[in-house]
Each structure stands twice: as C-alpha cells, then as structure tokens.
Design a protein around this ligand. Structure first.
Ligand code: GLN
Length: 292
C-alpha cells in the first residue's frame, strides 16, 4: 500500500491553487470524485460558497489554511467527507451528520420516493408515520418536509441517533410535527400507523469485517449489523407490522441489494396483502413495499 501524503497549505496560498493541489492529492489517493470532494472541503474550510470559490479564487486562504490542512489529512486517512464537514444533503435537505450515527446514503432516497408515491396513490391524509431505527432522522425529515400534513415518530436504541434526529428535525423546522423516542424497536409502541418506514441494520455479521473501511470504521455497528444472516430485523418487523400498521397502511423497508427474494418471502408468509420490491438508481433491489 502506498502512503498518501497530505498536502500542506499556507496562509498566502490562493484559493484556486489550494483547490487544485487538494484535488490532485485526493485523485492520487483514489478518493473520487476528487474535484467535488476538494470543492466541498474548501467550501467548509473557507466558508465560501461554490460560486465564490470561482469568483474569489485569487484571494488567499488566510486562517483557513490550517483548517484545510487538517481536513486534507483526515480525508487522506480515510475519513468520509460528510464526517469531516458534519453535513450532508439528503432529499434536498441539509442535514447534520453526527459521530456514531449512520451517514445517510443517496440510495435511501428511493425509500422516501416509494413511501411518498404510495401515500399519494392511497390518498392518505394527515398520515401518522413511524420510522424504526431512525438514525440521523434523514428519512423522517424528508417525509415530513414533503408532506406538510404528516406527523411522525422516530425510534432508536442509540442515544446518539436520538440526539441527531432531534437536531435534524429542528434544523428542518419540523419539531412541531416530528418527535423521537429512545427505545428497543417496537417494544414501547402501541397504536396504529399509516406508514412505517425503516432502514434497519441488514449486513450479515460475518461481512462487517470486510466492508469498505470508510463504512466499517465510521458508521456505527448498531446501524449495520443485521445478525448472522442479516435478516434479524425483518423477522421482527414481519411480526410487528401486523400490530402497528393500520388496515390499509403501508410499510417501506430498505434492504440489502441481494435480499429482495428472502425479505419478500418473509412478509408474504405473514399474509400481508401485497409485497413488492423497488430498485435504486443503480438498478439494484433496495426497498420492499408492503401494503396491508
Ligand atoms: N446501506 C448501508 C451501507 O451501504 C447499510 C445500512 C444498513 O445496514 N441499513 O453500508
């Protein structure tokens, strides 16, 4: 393995020189898309917006040089960009990415799209939404933001996740319609929901060690480890949905891309009315939709 030497930055380096040097270092280390990553890190370090990085490229870095140098070293050591900036964009929302909480993935946006489509098709009004294993709150915030008539509860066992969801609900101005409770999945819940969503941990235990280090070393195990066959959360959900979903309600669950057949079979065996599988933008099975 070749060592990745982090570039040094000085206060009198110009913004555009720094950007080029950082992009080159990232590309050499195989961190792609290097130009985009360099722009995001530079934006965060300097506080300049994307356009200003271009129009004010001749200005010097000043005090931002030190921050940028630290960011570059962290990125080249394998820390994901979103963890360095502490933010991400999910379904058009600017969200906080907190330590010990899963960094929301773009693939998960398909779950939000599926849930919104189903709610529209079924004519839900003032839907009550439950997000099990709410993590950062990305799915819940996206749904509540897209449906101003909805109310939602997120549940998570991790106090870090509960705090992150609370912060993201506040950041999106959604605290009057969304809340989070700390709990073990469905244990503390009663009542019926119109929509249940979940991106549960679904990676097989034995596969965790082989994950990309940027996932394995930075996303929490609790959000990844789905037990010996990766299906433990779906078994529990296949029992609990019957209790928590109102008749006519729907559930949308994220799955691993090879789990479509097995997870569908689990829910079909519980004679939930209709089970279908949706693909992500990469053409891989990603979401199971269950209509009760
Ligand atoms: N999709 C996540 C990943 O790529 C896994 C999240 C999960 O297990 N729910 O690592």
């Amino acid at each position: 393995m070749t060592a990745n030497f982090a570039p040094a930055f000085a206060a009198d380096d110009t913004v555009s020189t720094a950007r080029r040097r950082l992009a080159r270092a990232l590309a050499t280390a195989g961190k792609e898309p290097a130009d985009l990553e360099a722009r995001i890190l530079l934006e965060t370090a300097t506080g300049l917006a994307a356009l200003a990085l271009l129009t004010r490229g001749d200005e010097t870095l000043g005090a931002a040089a030190e921050t940028l140098e630290k960011f570059a070293a962290r990125r080249l050591a394998g820390e994901p960009v979103n963890r360095i900036t502490g933010t991400t964009n999910f379904f058009g929302l600017d969200l906080t990415v907190a330590p010990n909480v899963l960094d929301p993935r773009a693939d998960t946006e398909i779950l939000v799209e599926t849930a919104l489509e189903l709610m529209a098709r079924k004519g839900f009004q003032n839907p009550r939404i439950l997000d099990l294993g709410v993590g950062s709150g990305a799915i819940l915030c996206a749904l509540l933001d897209s449906r101003p008539d909805a109310f939602g509860i997120g549940v998570d066992l991790s106090p870090h996740a509960c705090a992150a969801t609370q912060a993201n609900l506040a950041r999106c101005g959604l605290t009057s319609r969304g809340t989070v409770i700390r709990g073990d999945w469905t244990a503390a819940l009663s009542g019926r929901f119109d929509l249940i969503v979940s991106n549960p941990p679904y990676i097989r235990h034995a596969e965790i060690a082989e994950l990309d280090p940027e996932v394995r070393d930075h996303d929490p195990r609790l959000a990844l480890d789905g037990g010996p066959d990766g299906l433990a959360p779906y078994r529990l959900l296949s029992v609990e949905l019957a209790r928590l979903l109102r008749p006519g309600g729907v559930a949308c669950l994220e799955i691993g891309w090879l789990q479509g057949a097995e997870v569908s079979a689990l829910f079909r065996a519980k004679s939930l009315a209709q089970v279908s599988c949706r693909r992500d933008h990469g053409g891989r099975d990603r979401v199971i939709a269950i209509e009760s």
